[in-house]
Write a protein that binds this ligand. Structure first.
Ligand code: SF4
Ligand code: SF4
Length: 422
């Protein structure tokens, strides 16, 4: 099947064949038909567990997808016995699959409300793991609860920190407020200034109805010292604001290109992941690793594909008290088969005909489920946004010469050193 996208820059015609950017000459279609169709789905089994260490939060952000940290079942706290079993499952999976690296991601609610458990989990994992196994630790936090003790601890274990922050003071405070309605920016500013001295903090921006200009957010956060950014639209973004967001996303590419020309390198992960996949010929047909290498454990031990599915009964895979590696492997196999069927074999599925399939891997299962009550149906809005990112990233690469690409990649490697994205 020919999945191709034709485009033109400075009167030169190009074609993207799903994996390569080719300068188009008359009938240069042979090249495309010969494109290698080997696909990549990670087969190394469970490697990352997200632990929902607490379903509670000290903020009340207007757009919170997790019902202010409570999900569907209200305030709950993970006990060590549950967390310990989760770590054991992960360690056993590493042995079974011969993996040399695993990841524990701390999630909530606000995970730092249960810092004692985080310390116990890290302590247990470090004492129990074999010498040749490396454990990476990730945390997604609202940034309000740091102190020197926590920072020292996270430095010791090289935590990768994702901080939810939407922009400068005004943008951030318009949504991210304490329960009493006061904005959280001033509190987190003291903390991120300290954190940025020791960590490459990933600034995680939620595009929402009060903050839909991604270019503005990133500029403001860059001025505050951040160098790494990830963004995602809130499900409730209005159509009007979604369109404004797309406009700002296009402008972001122009801004990014000019920064690269000035050798002022930052990592906008929504773009750099795609860029790396193109330049290093990495093909994928799954949108994310949820349900393949990545699973989440709720406070009560229930296991889901990812934290967004917490308390969704249709997506409950089992409980940590009675789930074994073979059960996880069964789910992985089933999902892998479904992905291949929908994205590669189905004649009616939109992704199957898409030139960007190998960069994209289709829809987010959760977004699809919320909108369509199915896991694999593409939500048009997500597809529109992604298509814009793929087209603009391909154009960006095409505009850079070999030296510029090389310098940019080397700079990203420095930013990426010791870091991992889910
Ligand atoms: S979700 Fe959209 S952009 Fe992604 S592969 Fe499917 S059709 Fe293509
Ligand atoms: S992309 Fe969707 S399915 Fe994948 S981890 Fe994120 S929310 Fe979950």
């Amino acid at each position: 099947m020919n999945r191709v996208w034709n485009f033109e820059i400075d009167s030169i015609k190009y074609v993207f064949d799903g994996n390569n950017i080719i300068i188009k000459k008359e009938n240069n279609i042979k090249n495309i038909e010969n494109a290698d169709e080997t696909i990549f789905i990670d087969k190394k089994g469970l490697r990352t567990l997200a632990l929902n260490v607490i379903n509670d939060c000290n903020l009340k952000c207007d757009y919170c997808f997790a019902n202010f940290g409570y999900y569907k079942d209200g305030k709950t706290v993970m006990k060590f016995e549950i967390a310990k079993k989760a770590v054991d499952l992960l360690l056993n999976s590493a042995i079974e699959n011969g993996n040399k690296e695993i990841t524990i991601a701390f999630f909530g609610g606000e995970p730092l409300l249960n810092f004692d458990l985080i310390k116990k989990v890290v302590d247990y994992a470090e004492k129990t793991k074999s010498d040749n196994l490396e454990i990476k630790y990730l945390i997604t936090t609202n940034g309000t609860l740091f102190d020197l003790e926590k920072i020292k601890f996270m430095k010791k274990y090289k935590f990768q920190i994702t901080l939810s922050i939407d922009g400068g003071k005004e943008l951030h405070n318009s949504n991210r407020k304490f329960i009493n309605g006061k904005g959280s920016f001033e509190v987190i500013q003291n903390n991120f200034e300290l954190l940025l001295k020791s960590f490459v903090v990933n600034a995680r921006i939620t595009i929402n109805n009060k903050n839909y200009n991604i270019l503005k957010s990133i500029k403001e956060l860059k001025n505050l010292g951040f160098r790494r950014f990830t963004f995602a639209p809130d499900y409730n973004l209005s159509q009007e604001n979604f369109e404004k967001y797309l406009e700002s996303l296009s402008s972001l590419f122009e801004y990014y290109y000019n920064l690269i020309l000035k050798k002022e390198y930052i990592d906008i992960t929504n773009i750099t992941r795609v860029l790396m996949n193109i330049l290093f010929r990495i093909k994928k047909i799954n949108h994310c690793n949820a349900g393949l290498t990545y699973f989440s454990v709720a406070t009560n031990g229930n296991i889901y594909r990812c934290p967004r599915f917490t308390d969704e009964k249709d997506f409950l895979l089992g409980n940590i008290n009675n789930l074994e590696i073979k059960d996880i492997n069964y789910h992985i196999k089933k999902l892998r088969k479904n992905i291949i069927n929908y994205h590669m074999n189905s004649l009616t599925h939109k992704c199957n005909k898409c030139p960007f399939l190998f960069l994209c891997g289709g829809a987010c299962y959760h977004y699809s489920y919320i909108n369509n009550k199915t896991e694999f149906d593409v939500v048009e809005r997500e597809c529109t946004e992604k298509t814009l990112i793929y087209e603009e990233t391909i154009k960006l690469i095409t505009k850079l010469n070999v030296e510029q690409r090389k310098d940019f990649i080397l700079s990203l490697k420095t930013i990426w050193k010791n870091t991992k994205l889910l």
